[in-house]
Design a protein around this ligand. Structure first.
Ligand SMILES: Nc1nc2c(ncn2[C@@H]2O[C@H](COP(=O)(O)OP(=O)(O)OP(=O)(O)O)[C@@H](O)[C@H]2O)c(=O)[nH]1
Ligand SMILES: [Mg+2]
Length: 255
C-alpha cells in the first residue's frame, strides 16, 4: 500500500484532486481507497470509502459543546487521534487497495502544524507513504505569493519528513505565459530573484537569502502542474508516486 496524504491551504483543490486522481487510478486498473479526514466538510466531490465523519463531525461539537468552527475542528482532530485511529486503520486495510488517498482538513494549519497531525500521519502511513503538497495556480501570479507557497511546502516537509511532491493545482486556469513564468522561476532562481527584487516588501539581501532556501526546496521537490478538470498532469503525478511506491527502479512488480 502507498498512503498518499493530500495537504494544502484552504481551497487549494485537495478534495477535487482526490476525486480526479482516484478516478484516473480506477480507469488505469489501479484500485484505490479514498479516506476523508476532514470532519468539517459538508459536501465532497467523491464518495469516501472511509470517512472520519462517520465517527465525529465538527458540526456536532459546535452544537453539543458550543465550540467555534476552528475550535471544533481542533477538537475533532484530537478525538480522531486519541480514539479512532485503530478503527480507521482497520477500515483502510480491509480494502486491500494499492493506493490510499487521504484528503486532509481544509484548515491546513490545524492538521499540519499541530503535534497531533504528525501522529495521525505516522499512524496511518502504510509501508510506503508520500505527501502531495498543493499550491493553487493563482499563487504563481506574483513572485512573493509563489515563494510563500514554496516556503509553506518546505515547512510541511519539515513537519512530516515524508517524500513530498508539490502539485500546482488548477493548471487549466493558468495562461500559458503564466505557466511558463512559473517554470522559469523554478528552473532559474536567478530569474526569480530578479523578479522578487522589483517587490519593495523587503531588502535585496533578504530576497537573496530567501532565494538560496528556495533553490534547495526546488531541487528537493518536483513541481507538477495538474488539472483535476482536464486530467492534465495526473499521469506524471502517478509516475512520480510510483517511484516512491516501488522504491526506485529495482522494484518492478506491484504487490
Ligand atoms: N478549474 C479548476 N477548478 C478546480 C480544480 N481543482 C479544484 N477546483 C475548484 O477549486 C475549488 C476548491 O476545490 P476543493 O477541492 O474543494 O479544495 P479543497 O482544498 O478541498 O478545499 P477545502 O477542503 O475547503 O480547504 C472548487 O470550487 C473546485 O471546483 C481544477 O483543477 N481546475
Ligand atoms: Mg476539501
Amino acid at each position: 500500500m502507498l498512503t498518499v496524504f493530500i495537504i494544502g491551504p484552504a481551497g487549494s483543490g485537495k478534495s477535487t484532486l482526490t476525486a480526479a486522481f482516484s478516478k484516473w487510478l480506477e480507469a488505469n486498473d489501479m484500485p484505490s481507497v479514498i479516506v476523508n479526514l476532514d470532519p468539517a466538510v459538508e459536501r465532497l466531490p467523491y464518495r469516501p470509502d472511509v470517512d472520519v465523519r462517520d465517527y465525529i463531525t465538527a458540526k456536532e461539537l459546535i452544537l453539543d459543546h458550543g465550540l467555534g468552527p476552528n475550535g471544533a475542528i481542533i477538537a475533532a482532530v484530537d478525538i480522531l487521534a486519541t480514539e479512532m485511529l485503530p478503527q480507521i486503520k482497520e477500515d483502510i486495510r480491509s480494502y486491500r487497495a494499492g493506493y490510499v488517498l487521504i484528503d486532509t482538513p481544509g484548515q491546513m494549519e490545524i492538521f499540519a502544524f499541530r503535534t497531533v497531525g504528525t501522529f495521525i500521519i505516522n499512524e496511518l502511513s502504510e509501508e510506503r507513504s508520500a505527501v502531495l503538497f498543493l499550491i493553487d495556480s493563482v499563487f504563481t501570479l506574483s513572485p512573493t505569493t509563489f515563494v510563500s507557497s514554496l516556503l509553506l511546502s518546505a515547512s510541511v516537509f519539515y513537519r512530516f519528513g515524508k517524500p513530498q511532491i508539490m502539485v500546482l493545482t488548477k493548471s487549466d486556469l493558468l495562461e500559458k505565459s503564466d505557466l511558463e513564468k512559473a517554470t522559469l522561476w523554478i528552473s532559474s532562481p536567478e530569474a526569480l530573484l530578479t523578479e522578487l527584487s522589483r517587490e519593495k516588501t523587503c531588502s535585496r539581501t533578504f530576497h537573496e537569502k530567501i532565494c538560496d532556501v528556495i533553490k534547495d526546496i526546488i531541487e528537493s521537490f518536483e513541481l507538477v502542474p495538474v488539472s483535476s478538470v482536464t486530467s492534465e498532469g495526473l499521469e506524471k503525478l502517478y509516475t512520480l508516486l510510483q517511484q516512491i511506491y516501488v522504491g526506485g527502479e529495482d522494484y518492478v512488480v506491484l504487490p
